[in-house]
Design a protein around this ligand. Sequence first.
Ligand code: GPW
Length: 838
Amino acid sequence: VEASIPEPQREAWLKNQASAFKDKEGFEHEVVRHVETTLARSLYNCDEVAAYSATALAFRDRLILEWNRTQQRQTFTDSKRVYYLSLEFLMGRALDNAMLNVKQKDLARDGLADLGFRIEDVIQQEHDAALGNGGLGRLAACFLDSLASLNFPAWGYGLRYRYGIFKQEIIDGYQVEVPDYWLDFNPWEFPRHDVTVDIQFYGSVQKKTDEAGKPVFHWDAGETVKAVAYDVPIPGYDTPTTNNLRLWSSKAASGEFDFQKFNSGDYESSVADQQRAETISAVLYPNDNLDRGKELRLKQQYFWVAASLYDIVRRFKKTKRSWKEFPQQVAIQLNDTHPTLAIVELQRILIDLEGLEWNEAWDIVVNTFGYTNHTVLPEALEKWSVPLIQHLLPRHLQIIYDINLYFLQKVEREFPDEHELLREVSIIEESQPKMVRMAYLAIVGSHKVNGVAELHSDLIKTTIFKDFVRIFGPDKFTNVTNGITPRRWLHQANPRLSELIASKTGGHDFLKDLKKLNQLEHYVEDKEFRKEWAEIKYANKVRLAKHIKASTGVTVNPASLFDVQVKRIHEYKRQQMNIFGAIHRYLTLKDLSPEERQKQLPRVSIFGGKAAPGYWMAKQIIHLINSVGSVVNNDKDIGDLLKVVFLEDYNVSKAEIIIPASDLSEHISTAGTEASGTSNMKFVLNGGLIIGTCDGANIEITREIGEPNIFLFGNLAEDVEALRHDHRYGKSNPLDPKLVRVFEEIEKGTFGNPQDFAGMISAVREHGDYYLVSDDFSSYIEAHAEVDKAYRDQEGWITKSITSVAGMGFFSSDRCIHEYAEEIWNVEPLKADQAGDA
Ligand code: GPW
């Protein structure tokens, strides 16, 4: 490529190559230049927003240079690329992360100070990029950080939603949803108006025959929409790699709008066409762990998958390789079943557009894809109705039927007498209407299927996918326990703790090799170290207390035990059990004499999380938490002994304040329901202890940090089925009197109109207690008593805290990415010299 450019031109280019700022002066120069030119402002009207904007632009310029070099190197080395397809990327803020990853934060702090700004205030001006719901979206973001930090040639593909997850406001104790329009000013994306793909929908399929008499299928589109690429640079930590996250935005294929219609006076429909196209990428669906089967969602999925595959195939074709080499060049990971249509789309490209034989194409497809499952909850398993797919994607439905036919033929050959089995494993559910089971399609079309924690991966093999283990053999199924990036979740969120750890483990290498944390074991008894450790936690609690005061008006004492549950509100995550427990604590305190009361340990119960707008029970839980808060927080008998706060609009940037400040966090899902959980890892990495059930990654955390350092309680996954059965047939144990009293107090109206909370109570008492709150309540309360006891022994608590952090090396997302690379993708990172160090 380079040789094709004439020498004098090359010289002119190289002489004028852009370069990144190298020192504080260079940085200040860039900031002032952006303020004065890009933003058209000056010294006299540069507020914090403008300072943020200019700083972001200065860093963006820097990233894009690295981005360009990275893309050139990856093309030049022609190595296999990983493509991570996810409908959600919950990135949070980018500036702080960019400054830390390129190791220029100190320089930026000094430079901004010279210009009259505090870096913390500047960082705070950024709007979160909140293109995700919860754990699944944040996992994708952590994986991008690790892929770049490990020098893997990797791309993320997603949708550029105009509206991310809604902003949550709490008004009179109720959740109110406000749209999150975040694109007003976003310096982190690069529109690529030249990178577009036309995406078809609807229409019909014509079957013809070619010269050789072979049938060929032609899909005549009923509607075409344009996908436009927006690229977001993803810098690695202390690496030359800056990878790409490509987000697709939809617009009308015919340009602005239909002038024909416009000129003939039909303004409205010409605008309507344009708006219909733009609607596809307009909003993120705000459901976590729930499939609602909406047509627009299916349109989003196909739009994104088709644009991404077109892009991937186009890149592959430039290498001029034969099709059978495709899986040696391309690995595509499906983040849950949301991108499963990619399997069908690639098969369609290969047989309909490229003319490959079915079997040859299917081998390529299966060897290209890997599928990650993130849930066993039946209501979250995606199914699309056959009539809907028939209408929207007629050719794809035919291909799905063919995939199913060949698959069922294989099953019939191998299990000739098991007629039930065919119905059980069919990709098509024979219901009314018929439904396409996307998880089954994803399994059949991938070479590896993984769960996200050991228990979860075992569960999928023995429950929802057990027949597929028999059909494909156990080797197709594997586990990759989730992880988190220590860069954002320790170094960025908790800089003082990161410095302290660095001072004892030989610098910041632990951020790239988290197993190095185990060296902290040598300092467990070190007095100075322990003191500093405790001081850092306290300072983080002071910071959170300020935030609580500012956002809720409640004053909390930082010397109290901070007990935190922040995550999406869901019955399976059991925030209702937590608030019932808090009520129990309140009633117990009220029972005591004033003298006895003063001997109790002060606590703050901190909640945060969004409820899906249509999830009535989740909203009721939020309302109860707020109602309990307004009673407890104003009770003179109680004072500092108990505060209950609900922090509004929990998101990534708030997590960065909350997580480092927790003493105890709650991961209390019904055993077997939380696939992994990842905030559990973040809390422990920041020196907080956890109270939790034997569920998801809690089990592996226990193994790594040791039983004495975690407060486990509750029934086991293996007992859940029998307990539910007992509830259904009225054979359960009577309710714990403590829980009875909590219910009575709610029903008396102590926390406002009992009618408002009747559903939560009857779910437990009358409707089968599906999430086993009554079965786990006693042991939950006992575990909290253990927590109180342990916290009173501050020295013992600090020992647990340090020992736990020392054991957390396993939970880096870098370890996950290595496992995916080795077991599923068969890719290697670029070596240091290839990656650009040379
Ligand atoms: F239902 N998860 C999530 F599996 O955050 F698709 N949203 C979702 O819609 C789903 C899963 C889905 C979460 C799991 O609940 C959590 O346990 C896990 O740690 C996380 O995905 C990442 O694997």
